[in-house]
Write a new protein. Sequence first.
Length: 140
Amino acid sequence: MIKRVHHIGIAVKDLKESVALFECILGLKPVSIEDAPCQKVSEAIYEVGDGMEIDLLEPTGPESAVARFLEKRGEGLHHICFEVDDIDAELKAMEEKGVQLIDRQGRDGVAGKIAFLHPRSVNGVLVELVQPGSGGSNNP
């Protein structure tokens, strides 16, 4: 079951410029800036509201999914991520409902165990699911 919006991912061409823009215009400073080799991006993570995040994503190479997104669509909203308790059970339930999956099982990501739903099944929006605290590269 979906618990809440965990974060919104925004694809950017230049992370340093975008961090400066967010600070200047919105008065926000990232809580962390880190490389995520598992997803071939560098990201700046902002906490907003009650535990929600905005993640700015800059590709670290041309083979990154974010690089392909930027090439095709330009900067902007990349994905919405929802938190779940059991990602593998959620993926199975989604597939049974006819949702097209990008990932059939959860895999390690920055925020925990992650998986993506194909935009064709969700009105053109890339949806990420995350099970925090379950194997992500920056979890305690």
